[in-house]
Structures are given as C-alpha cells and as structure tokens.
Design a protein around this ligand. Sequence first.
Ligand code: ADP
Ligand code: MG
Length: 227
Amino acid sequence: MIKGLQMNEVTMYYAEGSNRITALDHVSISVELGEFVAVVGPSGSGKSTFLSIAGALLKASEGNVRLNGNNISTQTEKELSNIRLQEIGFIMQSSNLVPYLNVLDQLLIVKRMSGKIKREDREFATKLLNELGLGSKLKSFPDKLSGGEKQRTAIARALMNNPNIILADEPTASLDTKRAHEVVSLIAQEVKSRQKAAIMVTHDERMLEYCDKVYRMSDGGLSLAES
Ligand SMILES: Nc1ncnc2c1ncn2[C@@H]1O[C@H](COP(=O)(O)OP(=O)(O)O)[C@@H](O)[C@H]1O
Ligand SMILES: [Mg+2]
C-alpha cells in the first residue's frame, strides 16, 4: 500500500445556474511521506477546492483520490469522517482554537472525540507542544497567545492524532513575516522528522524555500513550477 496522497486526473465541476464551472481540470499529483509541497496560484484558480478534495471534505466529479492507499470515492460518509479524523491534519488560515480551552486541552480534545484520554496522550501532546516552542504555554488560553503561538498550537493539534497527511490552507495569512517564517519552518521540520505528506496552499512566495516542490494552480490546472 502506498502511503501519502495520490490524485489521478481529478476534475471538479460546480453547478452555477444552468452553467457548469470547471474548478479543477484533470489534476494529478502524488505526495509521499516526508514530502512538503506548496501550491500557489491566483484567487479563484481552484486551490481551496483542491485542498477540500485532498482532505476528503468534497468528492471529485471525476478521477481518483487515494489517501494512504484508500480510494476515497468508494468510501461511505462514516468511513470518510473517520479518515478525516485519523489520517488527516488540517491547518487553516486562522487557528480556530476553542476560546475556553488552554493550549494543552486544545490538543487533548482531539483525543476525546475518539475515546478516552490516556496518559500517553497527555505525554504526546506535551512533547508536540515542546517541539513547537510552546512548552511554557501549556496552561495559557488563546486570548493570551500571539498570532504565531496560536498558529503553532494549531500545528500541534493537527499532529495530535499522528495523521500521515497534513493539509494547510494559507497558514501564514494572518502573520507578520518573522512569525510566518517561524510557522512554516516548524511545519517543514515536523514533516521531515515525523514523515508526513504535506500540502500547503499559499500566496506567500517567501515561504516556498521551505518546500520540496512548488506547483502552480491556474484555471483549475495544476503544474509543477520551475524553481
Ligand atoms: N461551492 C461552490 N459553488 C460554485 N462555485 C464554486 C464553489 N466553490 C468554488 N467555486 C468556484 O470554483 C472556482 C475555484 O474556486 P476556489 O477553489 O475557491 O479557488 P481558490 O481557493 O484558488 O480561490 C472559482 O471559479 C469559484 O468561484
Ligand atoms: Mg481559497
């Protein structure tokens, strides 16, 4: 079984009135464990649609998507929600932390969704937060964190279930340059040390130095960019 993400000739149509919009046009890509890939492209080119399909949030109109070897077009809704919880870590534009939970509990709630919290879960959460430079913030609430600290908490949360696939949609959109570099270099470090297959959608050309490959999305078509 091939781990990571494979898309083969994926096309996505949206209906708009009597028209049909082609949001993705025969997109093929393979992202292996340990690989950090960036996708850049103008607004409306299909990046969010691409990430939603990669994350099993949307089903493609045509083509195949494999997540850790599973063809997701043949899975039931229940299986898909399990795959999203166990095999995919999402990092969004804003960190979406729960306001009344401290940093440690932001991670533990992920475990609570799939059962009881064990001692090793607490240890793993603490380890992740230490790696991400948040060792002194375990008991802090989101309103006491900087933008960069919130986004680093969101990275740790995305890793909490130890998924193989990490998907990030503009993770630096709300950060200044210094924090943006910190956050993306930490994602890169986790991708390498924990062997994740990661895709980051970004507008920020300065972040591409951390990625192994850069793809460009244009009118729904995906192509490898020369770097
Ligand atoms: N739910 C939807 N219904 C209809 N059209 C959509 C929907 N979502 C996106 N689109 C259209 O699909 C195209 C790609 O959008 P999107 O994937 O959001 O691009 P990006 O993230 O690069 O801005 C755009 O033309 C957009 O208007
Ligand atoms: Mg978008």
